[in-house]
Design a protein around this ligand. Structure first.
Ligand code: HEC
Ligand code: HEC
Length: 268
């Protein structure tokens, strides 16, 4: 009768966590990231199937989004193929979906933070072709597939995507080794509350969602951490650029890094 609220909340949190991990991790592992060639003769069904693989793999989409879930951290994408046509007046469904990937902050879904990274750039770096396939997959969620391998999106701009050369291969899967390799601790205290050139991260998991942490790492200039002393904009991105972070980090490494940071909650 009188179950203490704390226990109920704890149970809910644990269940939620395992549901999340259970839903995402096997899917991500089942589809190791690799660049996918989009053949000129691919039909809509094949495009959508390829897009699905990318959604659950290299695109890292399933790290944040569900399809037919609760959409707590990021919008649930069930029925997005239908919804996409009416999001922005005068913008077609296919163009809206492309924009959500090339220019994620142009339109921010009500009730959510602008933490979706530009996935056409490193370190995720989907190619223009891969983005066509993902759009086909999303259109297939309640809408009609209108893209073909020849589609060129306005949202891509002149240059199109800037994919990374390396999306698979050997690399440390241990988060601590990744942190050491890129010298994160030169600027961040991971064990305590010391302020270095960047904010302490010992409690980052208590302050931010996985989506926000991932965003801070892949788009370090987009949102400057709050607090004193004021941190230098661009410092982290300049450093990560110069260490080759964006060219060499693989998706499994990125996932391991985010998981590790999300587990740091400040306490013992
Ligand atoms: C780090 C978390 C994160 C990742 C990774 C991510 N997204 Fe998002 N996405 C968000 C958030 C947060 C929003 C809502 C805010 C906004 O609209 O920008 C969003 C919005 C969207 C929307 C608009 C939804 C609507 O209802 O209009 C689409 C479509 C979308 N994402 C597709 C994708 C696809 C496809 C991928 C992978 C290629 C992806 N996202 C990767 C966080 C993420
Ligand atoms: C040269 C210094 C430097 C290095 C190296 C560095 N960062 Fe940062 N980082 C910063 C600064 C400065 C900020 C605050 C400004 C901002 O938010 O962009 C920051 C912000 C962050 C944030 C957001 C923190 C918050 O409280 O919002 C995260 C997460 C983060 N860094 C993770 C990392 C990881 C992981 C690495 C290693 C792969 C790393 N950083 C390497 C300087 C650095």
């Amino acid at each position: 009768m009188n179950v203490p609220l704390k226990i109920v909340l704890f149970t809910l949190a644990v269940t939620g966590f395992y549901t999340y991990v259970g839903a995402i991790v096997p899917q991500m592992e089942a589809h190791p990231p690799k660049s996918t060639e989009i053949g000129a003769d691919m039909g809509p069904v094949e495009l959508a199937a390829t897009g699905k693989e990318i959604f659950f793999g290299k695109g890292t989409c399933a790290l944040c989004h569900t399809i037919g879930g609760k959409g707590e951290r990021c919008p649930d994408l069930e029925g997005i193929g239908r919804r996409a046509a009416s999001r922005i007046e005068g913008v077609s469904a296919q163009e809206y979906l492309a924009q959500s990937m090339y220019q994620p902050n142009e339109y921010v879904v009500d009730g959510y933070q602008p933490t979706m990274p530009n996935i056409s750039r490193a370190p995720i770096g989907l190619t223009d072709g891969e983005i066509i396939a993902v759009v086909a997959f999303l259109q297939n969620e309640g809408g009609e597939i209108t893209v073909t391998p020849a589609t060129r999106f306005e949202a891509a701009g002149e240059a199109g995507s800037q994919p990374v050369a390396r999306t698979e291969g050997e690399g440390p899967l241990d988060a601590l080794a990744i942190i050491k390799k890129y010298n994160c601790e030169a600027c961040h205290d991971l064990a305590g509350a010391e302020r270095r050139l960047g904010p302490p991260l010992h409690d980052i998991g208590a302050r931010q969602t996985r989506a926000q942490i991932l965003h801070s790492i892949v788009e370090p200039d987009a949102e400057i951490a709050a607090g004193e002393p004021p941190y230098t904009p661009g410092l982290m991105s300049a450093t990560l650029m110069s260490t080759g972070f964006y060219d060499t980090l693989t998706l499994p490494e990125l996932t391991a890094l985010v998981e590790h940071l999300a587990s740091l909650e400040g306490g013992e």
